[in-house]
Design a protein around this ligand. Structure first.
Ligand code: IMO
Ligand code: MG
Length: 334
């Protein structure tokens, strides 16, 4: 068995969907597995000229690859069927490809109602936190108990370890949210309720020794949606938000925008063991003609994007030599 993992190094919305979609075209995966979170995630993919936003379903389905909602996730059944319909309406054949692990916990209507009351964290109000609370409180409902899901249910152990269908299992793990939102490593309490690091991926049934590549995904600036004050005061940051179209894929909320923080990137690379790092949306800073980043508390200004990218690459290779560092524009493939 082997597995590649896509993780977000910042606060979500860094382009995980794009990288996952790209990897599906490059490698011969047997499974794409979403390993954490629920429909709080919103992954935007441009596929054959169409913009597709998925919340639950991994993008492997666009490539005819078995796409699994893993046991680290929580699932809203209505949203799940809505997404299947949207994919089918977009002409994508999902037949037999979408699977749900039997031990996924369900997001109930009560979880949604409760999450709507949140004012402190600025959640996506999708019932995520209450669903995980009930999971750990051992009061949850499992996917295998939901009759409508019957044809989608798989036993994750059998699927990965006793599977006659494939010679070798080759998994692509698609993460949701990001390091800065992680329940253990993020800025608590302004975090989500699940494990967004590689640690969260291996909880879904793949042993750590099988991990091959860890793709860390970031943007050349930061965005965050939630209740804490995050955005810097410079007017350029507003401009970057507009140029970058930084509005939530799930809730439509404007994303607070800030300069790249290399300190956070360093922690996220080290904790996840990322060996390939992609910085997305370099075209946005090009259009704004502003290149600024933070390295701990010091701000650095650059005259060109090339200068800034060189600095970033050098910074990363100093603490983690041989890390492949790539830069990419919004709609570029990589
Ligand atoms: P993707 O996968 C960006 C944020 C919420 C809030 C905090 C907790 O698209 O990158 P929650 O609803 O999870 O209890 O909210 O986490 N958040 C995200 N921000 N992208 C996401 O997912 C997010 N999922 C949750 O805005 O601050
Ligand atoms: Mg998002």
């Amino acid at each position: 068995m082997l597995a590649d993992v896509v993780v977000d190094l910042q606060y979500g919305d860094c382009g995980k969907g794009k990288i996952t979609n790209f990897l599906c075209t490059q490698n011969d995966y047997t499974h794409v597995i979403r390993y954490n979170g629920g429909c709080n995630a919103g992954h935007t993919i441009y596929h054959e000229g169409k913009k597709i936003i998925t919340h639950h379903i991994p993008c492997g389905v666009l490539h005819g690859i078995k796409s699994v909602i893993g046991p680290g996730c929580v699932l809203n059944v209505k949203q799940f069927f809505k997404e299947i319909k949207e994919l089918e309406d977009a002409g994508i054949n999902t037949e037999g490809l979408i699977k749900v692990a039997s031990n996924v916990n369900i997001i109930t209507d009560f979880h949604m109602i409760e999450d709507k009351e949140d004012t402190e964290i600025g959640t996506t109000k999708r019932g995520n936190g209450p669903a995980y609370r009930d999971k750990y409180g051992r009061k949850g409902v499992l996917a295998l108990e939901v009759p409508e899901l019957e044809e989608y249910i798989i036993d994750m152990y059998t699927e990965l370890h006793e599977n006659e269908e494939f010679g070798e299992i080759r998994v692509l793990f698609e993460g949701a949210q990001g390091f800065g939102l992680d329940i253990d490593w993020g800025d608590y309490p302004y975090v989500t309720s699940s494990h967004c690091t590689v640690g969260g991926a291996i909880l879904n049934g793949v042993p750590p020794s099988c991990i091959r590549d860890v793709w860390g995904v970031a943007k050349v600036y930061e965005t965050y949606v939630g209740a804490k004050e995050f955005q810097g005061h410079e007017p350029e940051l507003e401009k970057i938000r507009e140029i970058g179209d930084e509005y939530g894929a799930t809730t439509g909320r404007p994303r607070q925008t800030n300069w790249l923080d290399l300190d956070l990137i360093r922690k996220a690379i080290n904790i996840n063991g990322a060996n390939i790092v992609v910085f997305n949306k370099i075209d946005v800073l090009e259009k704004a003609k502003t290149w600024i980043l933070y390295d701990s508390i010091n701000a650095f200004h650059f005259d060109t994007g090339e200068d800034m990218n060189y600095y970033i690459k050098d910074y990363i290779n100093k603490f983690k030599p041989n890390t492949e560092v790539l830069f990419s524009g919004n709609k570029e493939i990589i």
